[in-house]
Write a protein that binds this ligand. Structure first.
Ligand code: MV4
Length: 444
């Protein structure tokens, strides 16, 4: 087992990893930027090292700085959290070359899953349903027109190295395709230094449903059910829940069986999320793999009782899934997470600043994952996540009731937050009925 782990992240996820390490009796090293000197992850880790100035490009994203900190402190492994270096194959490679275990999939798998059309091809090959689309990267306007005519408009042009909706264009007809293709390629090139795009049939008003997996280094894969993440705005998820109100027992079992085969076939290891779109007829189509722990992992933890971060660490240490989850996966009850962001309630722009007063709710069925504290500062350099409020209940209705009660008792003073928006969503008849899709918030 590892003796010491460095956490290459900040905020609530750095604290979350520290919790898992403490539970396992593993020592921890925090790294921090000059803006995060007074952060809780620095306070609660066994050791802490400043790795650079406030801007993440010169601290949390600086591979040599992180590796130097790992070497100085003599850690066995690095947990990357989410964002930052978590899906950077070069970082995973440098860890390997430095003899430090990267807690995540291999550099090869991380690279393959990061190229969405490669992931799409691999998952199709391995038996997952995908949307009709191009075989690979689009080589010419003629090819784009040909593929689109065959699958039928509207189509979606997507960036190969994409994410967050950048380099993506909905195309309604052949007339506008050449222009929109060029725009997508241009935007992808600027954002990801990779102008490659591919084409898929466009699904209007889909649900976003993702399956959580754990895979060990001995060829075993477990599927821990799904999360519904359809409540989002500008590709930022706001509310996630497990299970999805739209997934039947039969669809869950069928998808899990296909996923186990597919991920074993590609050699996936560690924790991962497989994203699907659900169309209006209830069909699931694979779209992407996220090769990391995700922000919304707690809802899965609450309905399965399985500690996913502990799972990641034990898998990286070479343990078998049969030791990590000896009783297998059983889902029970319902969990819903609200992402509480520091943002202006009307403009939805970030609202960094000092938290002058804070009350974190508790009580039965409530979990709060946060690195916030009174007098703590939400810096303008990072994302605007202040806290994740997660409610568990025996039923979806009970989870909603507990979430409403906890939101009422959640107080953050000194900055604007999205608490009021969450209260509004939780009152909406469509939300209460589980009638969700990715356009829900734009209709509200
Ligand atoms: C799609 C789609 C419709 N049809 N693919 C958005 C970001 C990337 N992760 C995938 N995305 C989408 N892919 C096809 N073929 C609609 C979206 C999409 C979306 C997906 C999940 C959650 C929120 C979304 C918001 C807008 C568009």
């Amino acid at each position: 087992m590892f003796n010491k782990i460095l956490i290459a992240n900040r905020g609530e996820i750095a604290l979350r990893v520290i919790c898992a390490c403490k539970d396992l009796g593993i020592k921890t090293v925090a790294v921090y930027s000059e803006a995060d000197r007074n952060s809780l992850h620095v306070r609660f880790a066994d050791e802490a090292i400043c790795i650079g100035p406030a801007k993440s490009a010169r601290s949390y994203l600086d591979i040599p700085a992180v590796i130097s900190a790992a070497e100085i402190t003599n850690v066995d492994a690095i947990h990357p959290g989410y964002g930052f270096l978590s899906e950077n194959p070069n970082f995973a490679e440098v860890c390997k070359e430095s003899g430090i275990k990267f807690i995540g999939p291999t550099p090869e798998l991380t690279r393959q899953m990061g190229l969405k059309q490669e992931a799409r091809a691999a998952m199709k090959q391995a038996g997952l349903p995908i949307l009709p689309g191009s075989e690979g990267v689009i080589a010419s306007t003629e090819e784009a027109l040909e593929v689109s005519a065959k699958i039928g408009y509207p189509v979606l042009v997507k960036a190969s190295a994409g994410g967050g909706g950048r380099g993506m264009r909905v195309v309604e007809s052949a007339e506008v395709l050449p222009d929109l293709l060029a725009q997508a390629q241009q935007e992808a090139g600027a954002a990801f230094s990779n102008a490659d795009v591919y084409i898929e049939k466009y699904v209007d008003k889909p649900r976003h449903i993702e399956f959580q997996v754990l895979a060990d280094e001995h060829g075993n894969v477990e599927v821990l059910g799904e999360r519904e993440c359809s409540i989002q705005r500008r590709h930022q998820k706001l509310i996630e829940e497990a299970p999805s109100p739209a997934v039947t027992e039969a669809l869950r079992a069928d998808t899990a069986a296909k996923l186990k085969k597919a991920l074993a076939k590609v050699g996936y290891t560690n924790a991962g999320t497989v994203e699907f779109l659900m169309d209006e007829n209830g069909n699931l189509y694979f779209i992407e793999v996220n090769a990391r722990i995700q922000v919304e992992h707690p809802v899965t933890e609450l309905v399965t009782g399985i500690d996913l971060v502990r799972g990641q660490i034990l898998i990286a240490a070479g343990h078998k899934l049969s030791e990590i989850i000896p009783h297998g996966v059983e889902m029970r009850g319902h969990a819903i997470e609200c992402r509480i962001n520091a943002e202006h309630p009307e403009k939805f722009t970030p609202s960094p600043g000092r938290i002058t007063g804070l009350n974190l709710p508790g009580g039965i069925g409530i979990r709060v994952d946060t690195a916030a504290y009174t007098d703590g500062v939400i810096p303008p350099y990072s994302d605007s996540l202040v806290a994740k409020l997660i409610a568990y209940g025996g039923t979806r209705g009970e989870a909603i009731a507990r979430l409403r009660r906890a939101l009422e008792m959640f107080v953050v003073e000194g900055i604007y937050t999205s608490i009021a928006l969450h209260q509004k969503i939780l009152q909406h008849p469509d939300f209460v009925a589980g009638r969700l899709d990715t356009h829900f918030l734009s209709r509200m």
